[in-house]
Design a protein around this ligand. Structure first.
Ligand code: HEM
Length: 135
């Protein structure tokens, strides 16, 4: 909400999209309508990119010695995944500190654990099972 309050033109755009979708339905928003709200969905993704509620995920532990991306992890090493920093990596995102929901429009990047630049719910076997409830 704070990011949107700093960007009134983005609130106007979201409201315009919402008005267009719910006006024909007696004024109520149904869950399936969300698929027809691309800008609203982009706002959710941009919020999770800049402000992940679980910034280091839940600590993981290496089951055995392993090498990942050139880093050697000894067995039992605790691994914290800094999704806060990943969401602000200038090598991945343009203007990383700006709230620009439009960056997700027309793109394929989602937060469901397949696109590793955006994993606010984690990924793989220990991915958050509450994701559908959280959103
Ligand atoms: C926006 C809301 C939420 C966010 C951002 C979130 C994020 C996360 C993250 C990052 C993890 C750890 C994943 C990992 O380390 O790989 C996690 C685990 C978990 N979350 Fe959520 N969560 C949310 C809502 C919920 C809700 C509503 C529930 C329950 C209804 C829930 C239940 C769990 C459980 C049980 C785990 C542990 C899974 C495991 O260790 O196998 N979460 N969540």
């Amino acid at each position: 909400m704070a990011e949107l309050l700093h960007n009134p033109e983005k609130i106007a755009r979201a409201r315009e999209e919402l008005d267009r979708v719910i006006s024909g339905d007696g004024g109520t928003l149904q869950e399936p309508d969300i698929t027809t709200l691309p800008y609203f969905q982009a706002i959710v993704k941009e919020t999770l990119r800049l402000h992940p509620p679980v910034p280091f995920l839940i600590p993981h532990k290496a089951e055995s010695d392993v090498e990942i991306g050139g880093f050697r992890l000894p067995r039992h090493a605790q691994v914290l995944v800094n999704v806060w920093a990943m969401g602000r990596d200038p090598g991945v995102w343009s203007n990383p500190d700006s709230f620009m929901a439009e960056r997700f429009l027309g793109g394929e990047i989602d937060f469901k654990g397949r696109d590793f630049e955006l994993i606010p719910f984690g990924s793989g076997r220990r991915i958050c099972p509450g994701m559908p409830f959280g959103l």
